[in-house]
Design a binder for this molecule. Structure first.
Ligand code: GLY
Ligand code: MN
Ligand code: MN
Length: 441
């Protein structure tokens, strides 16, 4: 870490330290044990999926290679980091990262039993400990260790929505890295690359191997872009290139970005016009964010904006208001407008609506909306409207009088459009990391 990052990290730790103290005190805990976690094996196999550490552990340490490590927040003392560093020759072990050494009382163990014994010993000195980690775990058999209540977990998830300046910096950097990948991907698309080749071009430019990616790249040519989380990588390009959708992010110090861009192969066709309209609507929606207080209202406004695009493009023949009221927008725009972004691509906490941990729910009409909170300073979330031609959804309204079916059939082979940016709410406006990174590139 350079000096600026170190300074921001120090302030970040001070912020989350006071947050955790408040919450633990409120629930009568004097301390907390946070386990980074342990990987699993595939059934009847000695292979594992990529390891994802407990996000609470990550927020304190930003140390991804931390399997089996433990963090003990022990009242007012310096937190103890119990680091697992086996004497291994199958995999390269990692030592405790140097950026943590000034902030934690670090102990290193080369066997899991030594690490566990040390932790059990430390726990005997504490009175009431909340355990955050996977279960079963030996620690929760102790009389003074308990699992946190749902309310406490919700309160922490809610608080994690508000990003510290350190976190904002990392997300901005993760966005800039992803934008470089998007540019390389676009060049590869233009050169006639297959989905597989585009994916590799993205990975090469971002220097992300598969397990570095925050989520598997969505690289969709033609009708594949109507599958929202399309997961394959065709090895050959299609016979005719019509359209390209790429939804791909990056990570910086464990923080994610999540960006989508859509393109037409022919800048003069109707699909190119549709892409421009969605792009323009997305910019306008982001510009409206400072006037709004509630994300559900923003989602409804986004539906109306998509209805206006559908009307302008002559895809629906009624008014925009009627298309929204008759729920036709749900067919063309079936996902949420955004979600919190941070240590997880879909950062949890989007359904927690108050600092007391109160849970909210998306409206019945929009069950997949992942964010139902008030729009407040320091939240980072995505804004990702789209219009898709999804055969299984179109089948539900096949023959509807307000839909221009011959035009829809022309658009089906193009799949769909999504434009997704990562934004920060600031006290005096919105900072759009994605547009800024594209402009600077
Ligand atoms: N990349 C997944 C999403 O946009 O939510
Ligand atoms: Mn997203
Ligand atoms: Mn995405």
């Amino acid at each position: 870490m350079d000096a600026n990052t170190q300074a921001q990290f120090r302030d970040h730790l001070a912020t989350i330290s006071s947050l955790w103290s408040d919450k633990l005190n409120q629930h009568q805990f004097d301390s907390a044990l946070i386990a980074a976690g342990a990987n699993t094996f595939y059934y009847d196999d000695d292979q594992s999926p990529p390891f994802h550490a407990n996000p609470h552990f990550l927020r304190w340490t930003v140390a991804e290679n931390s399997e089996h490590c433990l963090l003990l927040l022990n009242g007012n003392a310096q937190p103890k980091l119990l680091w697992y560093c086996p004497a291994d020759y199958w995999y390269l072990p990692s030592s405790a990262p140097d950026w943590l050494l000034d902030h934690f009382d670090c102990e290193s163990y080369s066997t899991r039993s030594d690490l566990e014994q040390a932790c059990l010993q430390h726990l005997t000195e504490l009175s009431r400990v909340a355990y955050f980690g996977i279960t079963p775990a030996r620690y929760i058999d102790l009389a003074n260790v308990e699992l946190p209540s749902t309310v406490l977990q919700n309160q922490l998830a809610y608080a994690r929505g508000y990003k510290t300046p350190f976190e904002v910096t990392q997300i901005a950097k993760a966005t800039a890295i992803a934008v470089q990948g998007h540019l390389a991907a676009y060049d590869c698309f233009e050169a006639g690359g297959s989905e597989f080749e585009i994916h590799l071009a993205y990975q090469q430019r971002t220097k992300h191997v598969h397990h570095d990616l925050p989520y598997p790249n969505i690289v969709a040519l033609n009708e594949h872009s109507s599958t929202l989380h399309y997961q394959h990588y065709d090895r050959d390009p299609p016979a005719k290139r019509l359209s390209f959708l790429i939804d791909a992010g990056a990570k910086k110090r464990c923080y994610h970005s999540d960006i989508t861009r859509s393109y037409s192969a022919n800048p003069n066709d109707a699909f190119a016009d549709l892409v421009s309209s969605v792009d323009e609507a997305q910019r306008s929606l982001v510009a409206q964010l400072p006037d709004l207080t509630d994300f559900v209202e923003f989602h409804e406004r986004t539906h109306l904006a998509m209805a206006e695009v559908l009307v302008a493009q002559r895809i629906v023949t009624c008014s925009a208001n009627a298309a929204f009221e008759r729920q036709l927008t749900d067919i063309f725009y079936p996902h949420g407008t955004g979600h919190l972004l941070g240590l997880q691509t879909h950062d949890i906490g989007g359904h927690i609506v108050g600092p007391d941990g109160t849970e909210g729910k998306p409206p019945t009409r929009f069950p997949s909306l992942r964010l139902v909170r008030r729009i407040e300073a320091d939240l980072v979330f995505t804004v990702e409207p789209g219009i898709y031609f999804i055969p299984v959804l179109l089948d539900r309204v096949r023959g509807h009088k307000d839909i221009n079916w011959s035009l829809v059939e022309q658009f089906v082979p193009f799949g769909g459009v999504r434009i997704e940016d990562n934004v920060l709410v600031e006290s005096n406006g919105i900072r759009n990391f994605t547009r800024a990174a594209f402009s600077a590139a």
